[in-house]
Design a protein around this ligand. Structure first.
Ligand SMILES: [Zn+2]
Length: 296
């Protein structure tokens, strides 16, 4: 048995033998704190971001992402404008939020208003991006995700999430639609057992303990954990491309007005500065006609 420390950011995959049910648990401590250290978020937003981060890791681990990334967004029409969490295939994560005004103890529904939930699978190789957009339906992030998975993806999914300001945890159960069901009662039974887990237990107990406590009469197979970490994929090259999209005229007019262009990453707050010479080079570099690379 390995010693448990709160610093281990891990995702455990498990399945119930002889049933079509699989699951994941996740705990984020360092990843959560590293991702949120660039901004001082109100506690209610910190909790929401923590839960969305845990949910993104749980879902990302159920998908075939290759080298791509899963991006979950809640676009709000209340005091919350946007929550964004990105999780790569290798479980590197980043997160950010936009909001206005003072946020007191608002409920999730008060925070979001009539918002939208957006799920994006970005292959990151220039291939087809998949995006699903649905109205936010549910009183919590876990309900919104469960409803989305059930209604849009037709995959029975239960998600439990918890965040105590310094860590975020989650558990997911999923019923695979294609597998024959030898044990007709298993989905209802495991869901019922999982429902007895309290948010405090989800936050504080190691994955092995949670699974033993909930499912000691089931045949649970637990796999080796995967590590999760914070990483921001922003780069000067991406910012350069964004400025090129703005166009030479627009870039020149900002330079004229401010002397330089500074772009800050929303996720990690890294600053990318372009002085007049840098700005000119952005467009001077485009000397080859855009059709030339498709010839071979
Ligand atoms: Zn960044």
């Amino acid at each position: 048995m390995t010693a448990y420390t709160k610093d281990q950011d891990q995702l455990f995959r498990f399945l119930f033998d002889n049933t079509p049910i699989r699951g994941n648990t996740v705990r984020l401590h360092q990843t959560f704190n590293n991702a949120l250290q660039h901004e001082s978020y109100p506690p209610v937003l910190r909790a929401a971001l923590g839960e969305l981060m845990a949910a993104a890791a749980l879902l990302a681990a159920t998908l075939k992402l290759d080298n791509g990334a899963l991006i979950l967004q809640i676009q709000g029409k209340g005091p919350l404008n946007l929550l964004v969490v990105e999780c790569s295939a290798s479980l590197q994560m980043r997160a950010t939020a936009k909001w206005k005004g003072e946020l007191e103890d608002l409920s999730f529904v008060e925070l979001v208003g009539n918002g939208h939930f957006v799920i994006t699978l970005d292959p990151k190789d220039g291939g087809q991006t998949y995006q699903g957009i649905v109205p936010v339906e549910g009183d919590s992030i876990s309900e919104v995700l469960q409803n989305y998975m059930q209604r849009s993806e037709q995959i029975e999914t239960r998600i439990w999430l918890a965040c105590d300001q310094s860590s975020a945890s989650g558990m997911l159960l999923q019923k695979l639609p294609d597998l024959p069901e030898q044990d007709a009662d298993a989905w209802a039974r495991t869901g019922f057992l999982a429902e007895t887990l309290t948010p405090e237990e989800l936050i504080s107990l190691p994955a092995e303990t949670i699974l033993t406590r909930l499912f000691h009469e089931e045949d649970v197979r637990l796999f080796e954990p995967r590590q999760i970490s914070f990483h921001c994929s922003c780069s000067r090259k991406n910012v350069s491309n964004m400025l090129k999209m703005l166009g030479q005229e627009e870039v020149a007019s900002i330079i004229q007005e401010r002397g330089e262009i500074e772009v800050n990453c929303d996720f990690c707050n890294a600053a990318y500065v372009f002085d007049p010479v840098d700005a000119e080079q952005l467009f001077a570099a485009d000397v080859t006609p855009p059709t030339s690379k498709s010839k071979h």
